[in-house]
Design a protein around this ligand. Structure first.
Ligand code: NAD
Ligand code: 3PG
Length: 529
């Protein structure tokens, strides 16, 4: 039986699933349309799921997804996936942002040309038996002003094609600079200026709280008479009732929608209007795009299931692959430092401070910080903690996380310091990598040691005086526990010192108690990594 099960929904291109079929430990199940209840009833069996826009990945579905590690969106828009719930449940969401850009761009241009020349209407009339040369006189695109709202992958690709059609392009996107727009040959404008002056308006942004109903009553009211509107992005960015009103009044000369407020739909007042063109969310529906997006998410799922690097993450920050190669070896060290500190610290934890020194400080260390958090929360929480939900779980528990990058690394190539601040004080543990991938704890609260953070460990702060190390060894030996290694660190002769032991099995409470009774032993902690 395969180790992992992947549910592929929404008629995702079967040939694109090849990267999954090639893996002997992965079984692919092709799902058919399901209600929320039906999907909730079966999702518990699956480790991964692929969707397009039809399947809604709701909080209820995610609550029942006990094994689910990743949802792959074979396309761009993730508005059908509840990202907050996915993050809360530790489910990674990835999309395939590049694979259907050209398809959606060409659909937009096709709809713009169709609007200008009434192609679908004329074709339908002719096929219905009428040779009508008079009703379908169109307009040329050359010299017309095209207003593009959203200048990302598709918006900018539409601009390039519209330039070839000799259109004058004006754009609105609050998240790109005027210089970047100018490089694309687009004049950046305010939304109002665009709405007031454009002959054609096309929208290309994601559907968010901010963009929902962005083309509303106020927006239509200021538009130029005779404007033509295209939406190949998401239903609900344009208020359909308001569009209908302004099409009826004649202010809007034509509109073409590929996407609708409610999908699927076969009924809309807009369908009655001759100057309205509709397609059933076909923007990404080309053979090429479907193959591209399916291959892209299938590869991401293989990587995620095999604990390899995943690129197009939607609910966690994605990391450039070159940076990932450099920081990857530190993830294990970071997780161990977190886990070590979780078992060392006492009291109510308020803050984790993670300080990076040396070479590592030059890199994007956010994932390393997440690894520290994951390690720290794992022994503390009942729920499963992973790279997706660790920052949220820390925040929900009122733990502040501070990441700082410093300079020199005290003679090491790189050093990670994890300070944990609780209502009972502060503990600091430093770790590094020997020979680039061998994790070591090299300092605890300023005491230098050299301990491999793995297996069963004993941390024993004590006074630096004779008759401590021997009795500790004796008690442990008497209980038939083998000591694999031991290090001692002190700051000054006769002062406080720390002892770290690695032992081959867990240490029972009575042994810990016997050790604390040795004169000069200040405390003891059993740590399991
Ligand atoms: N019809 C289809 O089948 C189809 C196919 C592919 C993509 N899409 C949709 O097209 C949209 C764009 O896709 P993309 O790949 O170009 O995405 P993208 O992320 O590359 O670009 C989106 C752009 O919108 C901008 N933006 C965000 N909020 C904005 C706002 N309030 N006002 C103006 N601009 C804003 C962003 O800055 C960004 O530049 C998405 O909604 C996607 O789901 C639809
Ligand atoms: O956001 C997207 O990628 C498109 O809307 C495509 O949606 P689809 O995969 O359901 O066709």
């Amino acid at each position: 039986m395969a180790k992992f099960k992947v549910l592929a929904m929404d008629d995702v291109a079967p040939e694109g699933l090849e990267p999954l079929y090639k893996e002997s430990d992965i079984e692919v199940v092709i799902g058919t349309k399901m209600t929320e209840d039906e999907l909730s009833a079966v999702i518990g069996e699956y480790d991964a799921m692929i969707v397009r826009s039809a399947t809604k990945v709701t909080p209820k579905v995610l609550e029942n997804a006990s094994k689910l590690k990743i949802v792959g969106r074979a396309g761009v828009g993730v508005d059908n996936i509840d990202l907050d719930a996915a993050t809360q449940h530790g489910v990674l969401v990835v999309n395939a942002p590049d694979g259907n850009t050209i398809a959606a761009t060409e659909q937009t241009v096709a709809l713009m040309l169709s609007l200008a020349r009434n192609i679908p209407q004329a074709a339908t009339k002719l096929k219905n038996g009428t040779w009508d040369k008079n009703s379908f006189v169109g307009v040329e695109l050359r010299g017309k002003k095209l207003g593009i709202i959203g200048l990302g992958r598709i918006g900018s690709a539409v601009a390039r094609r519209a330039q070839a059609l000799e259109m004058d392009i004006i754009g609105y996107d609050p998240y790109i600079s005027a210089e970047k727009a100018a490089d694309m040959g687009i004049k950046l404008a305010t939304l109002e200026e665009l709405l007031k002056t454009a002959d054609f308006i096309t929208v290309h942004m994601p559907k968010t709280k901010e963009t929902s109903n962005m083309l509303n009553e106020q927006a239509f009211a200021v538009m130029k008479d005779g404007v033509r509107i295209i939406n190949c992005a998401r239903g609900g960015i344009i208020d359909e009732a308001v569009l209908y009103k302004y099409m009826k009044s004649g202010k809007v000369a034509g509109a073409a929608l590929d996407v609708f407020e409610k999908e699927p739909t076969t009924e809309s007042p807009l369908f009655e209007l001759n100057n309205f063109i509709a397609t059933p969310h076909l923007g990404a529906s080309t053979e090429e795009a479907q193959l591209n997006v399916a291959i892209d998410v299938a590869k991401e799922i293989v990587n995620a299931l095999h604990d390899d690097v995943v690129h197009n993450t939607v609910n966690v920050p994605s990391v450039n692959p070159e940076v990932m190669v450099k920081i990857q070896p530190y993830l294990k060290l970071a997780e161990r430092l977190g886990k070590f500190q979780a078992q060392l610290v006492e009291g109510r934890v308020n803050k984790l401070e993670i300080i990076y020194n040396g070479d590592l400080a030059q890199e994007d260390v956010k994932p390393v910080t997440t690894a520290v958090l994951k390690g720290f929360l794992d022994p503390i929480l009942q729920e499963s903690v992973n790279y997706v939900n660790a920052p949220l779980l820390a925040k929900n528990r009122g733990i502040t996380v501070e990441q700082t990058v410093g300079g020199e690394a005290e003679g090491y190539a790189s050093l990670i310091t994890l300070k944990v601040i609780s209502d009972k004080g502060e503990k600091a543990v430093c770790g590094t990598l020997f020979q680039d991938n061998d994790p070591r704890i090299v300092m605890i609260d300023g005491y230098r040691i050299d301990a491999i953070p793995e297996g069963n460990m004993l941390y024993i702060p004590h006074m630096d005086k004779p008759r401590i190390i021997g009795p500790v060894g004796t008690i442990i030996g008497e209980h038939n526990i083998n000591i694999a290694s031991m290090q001692v660190g002190r700051k000054e002769i006769g002062g406080k010192a720390v002892m770290m032991l690695s032992v081959d099995c867990p240490v029972p409470d009575e042994v810990l108690k016997a050790i604390t009774e040795i004169d000069g032993v200040l405390d003891i902690k059993f740590i399991s990594l």
